[in-house]
Structures are given as structure tokens and as C-alpha cells.
Design a protein around this ligand. Sequence first.
Ligand code: URA
Length: 284
Amino acid sequence: MEENLSISNLSPLQVLQFYVDCGVDEVMGDEALDRTQIPEKIFSMPQAAPAGAPASAAAVAAAASPMTAPTSDVTGAIEAMEEARTLAAAANTLDELRAAIDSFKGLAIKRTATQMVFCDGNPKARVMFVGEAPGADEDRLGRPFVGVSGQLLDRMLGSIGLDREESAYISNVINWRPPGNRAPDDAEIALSLPFIRRHIELINPAVVVFVGGVSAKALLETSQGITRLRGKWTELSLPALTQPIPALAMFHPAYLLRSPQQKSLAWADLLSLKNKLRALGVIS
Ligand code: URA
């Protein structure tokens, strides 16, 4: 007998399972959007800028409101960037920075995230790790790097005598989970940069470690990939700090889980970090 594959023959649970199997795992609004009725001009998303290039004003506008921002809404984009910079600069404590990020309305991903993911670890630690963006586990628990890649990060820290609670401080470039765990786009990164830069200033660590290419490229303002950036010591200069901070990029643990053959390079980077911390008197 021929199987009837019409969706109307499925139970609500089967329909839901069908959507999940198709990768539809986020509810973006209460009303379905008829994309055939949306004028192309309104819906068109900006062209992706080359990696490392500053995000265009139109891209920033779309990050603030991807469904409605016309690509010509340059004024709104400039205002959102200005607001991010002003809010970040005015924060003089971690609590004020957390509140500033929470109050910033310029990022549409805030609306689909469950909660803000701000930091974990010891704010007095001398080494700060900066990752990319929260995933599903982090979104649920409100702390960075608590999923499987976070467990690997913990083991990596442990291998050189660091401990998340005692001797490390952890945050991300982006504080809200991008829906469906997609990578953050250039505009979302641009709007988040003032906050993570201020975050690093407030912690003022002896060393900053960029965990993965997104973090390294964003904070070093380069288009070079992580394969080139990792393992080389560089410096991060921030306006409120009198001294640049020694900085090291390393592979993201999620990448190491997918490509375990690269773990030897990650191990070399961890040893380099350990040596630097010793040289700076952070560890004995
Ligand atoms: N990946 C990141 O970059 N950050 C997290 O917090 C979790 C996964």
C-alpha cells in the first residue's frame, strides 16, 4: 500500500519532530511570517563583509533588527554603535557592565536568548579566557563554557594547573546565544566589541587568551585565521589600560573535539601559556 506522506496526517508531536529533524529548533515569534509577502528591499540582508573588516552600518542595522531593518537604515546603525560604546565606557564595575549589556537593546539576539551569559571564574584571576558566544547549555545555565567544549576547556586549564573557580576568569565576545547555535555575524560582533573590550579593561588580567578564531580576529582586529594566529604571543592595547596585555590565541575546544589531531598544537599553546604565566610571576 502507498504511504500517505501529507503533513495533515501527522500528529502534533510528529509535526514537531519533523520540524526538529529539519533543523527548526527555535521559535522566533508568535505569528508565522509569509516571506513571499515581504518586499525584497526590506528583507534583503547585507552582504557579508570580508573577515576582519569592520561591519557595515547596514549590517549593524540588520543585527539590531534583522526582520525589519532596511539596508539604508544607516542612522539607526550608527546610533546603536554609539550607544554600545557609551554604555560600555560608562561602566566602572563588573556589575555596572553586566547591567549595561542587559540594557542594550541594539542586539536582536537578546530577544531569542534565554538569559545573558556574562562570566564565570574568579574576577581576581590573572588570566582571562575569551570565547565566542554561548551555546545551548550556556544559554540554559547562564555561564560560559559549561557544555562539552567547556568540559574540555576545564581539562585544558587543569593540564597547566589552572582552575576555573580559583585561577581563571572566562567570558565571551557575545553575551547572548545566537539562535540555533549559528555563528555570530560581523555586525553582532561589532556591536558586542565595546562591551568585551571594557570587560577586559575592568578585569585587567596579566594575560588574555582568545579561545578560537572569532574571539582572536575580533579583538585583534585582523582577518587572519586562527591557524595563523594561534601560538604566537601578541599584545592587546585598550584605552583605559596603561600597559598592553600579553595575548595568546588558541584553538577552540569545540574545534579540538572535531579535530583531535590538532590537540598537540593546543598542548604546545598551553605550555607556552604556562611559561608566560611563570615568567610574569603569576604561577610558580
Ligand atoms: N563556545 C564558546 O565560545 N563559548 C561558550 O561559552 C560556549 C561555547
